[in-house]
Design a protein. Structure first.
Length: 246
């Protein structure tokens, strides 16, 4: 079974289009139009064009592209802000979407919303409700916390070790870090995730991390997985990705 995955996008439409072109080129070479292309979440925040990313993804899904869109923690934070009564993330109530470190203001600015420091939060919220299109909200509502395809399990952040894949909860799938990263056991499937920026796509044996820091000026990365083998998609085609230490 063949599948593709793309790491954390964070509002970089240009980088997304570039890696989707790499995926399309690989699909054309192997003659496979239908293999799923899993986008690992964090579509918004920090980058310059979150609105453009969501528009592009919504159009592709509507056109029948074989894309699977995972939910990231930043995507959930955005959706929670877009309720009539904005609410904190129940798993991280201290994380404020409009704080500088999170990136929500950059996302709203991409919709033409005035997010200047002197604008009251209530006014920013009212602008957001008026300007974020309904199809973007619908897209955020439709994101998947986890997706299994053959021997691979895709999610944004990781899984809680020792819990069956079908019993994982969304809070862990979009937020977990250390407990998952430190666990070396076989999870019953290869876990493909993002969420934690690293310098290069890395295969740890039981998991593959695709977040190469697009949010902070790094590249956006993509892989193809087939027959248990993982390949990074580069400008020059596939590059085998072996588990560390092999």
């Amino acid at each position: 079974m063949r599948s593709y995955a793309i790491g954390d996008i964070h509002g970089h439409l240009d980088k997304l289009l570039e890696v989707q072109d790499r995926v399309a080129a690989d699909k054309a070479q192997v003659g496979d139009r239908y293999a799923p292309v899993v986008h690992l979440g964090d579509f918004v925040d920090r980058g310059p064009d979150s609105a453009g990313v969501l528009t592009h993804l919504a159009r592709g899904v509507a056109a029948g592209a074989p894309w699977v869109l995972m939910k990231g923690n930043h995507d959930r934070l955005m959706r929670l802000f877009l309720y009539e009564d904005p609410r904190p993330d129940p798993a991280r109530p201290g994380v404020i979407w409009l704080d500088r470190s999170v990136g929500g203001r950059e996302t709203l600015a991409s919709y033409g919303i005035d997010v200047s420091p002197d604008v009251p939060i209530a006014e920013i919220h009212a602008q957001a409700l008026a300007r974020v299109p309904q199809d973007h909200v619908d897209l955020l509502d439709a994101l998947k916390p986890g997706f299994r395809y053959g021997g691979v399990f895709f999610c944004h952040a990781g899984i809680l070790p020792g819990v069956a894949l079908e019993a994982q909860i969304e809070d862990d799938l979009i937020w977990i870090r250390d407990l998952f990263h430190m666990d070396r056991r076989d999870h019953g499937a290869l876990i493909v995730h993002g969420h934690t920026p690293i310098k290069a796509v890395t295969h740890y044996g039981n998991r593959v991390n695709l977040d190469t820091g697009a949010a902070y000026g790094g590249p956006l990365s993509a892989v193809v997985i087939e027959g248990g083998a993982v390949f990074v998609l580069t400008e020059d085609g596939r590059r085998p990705l072996l588990p560390k230490g092999r």
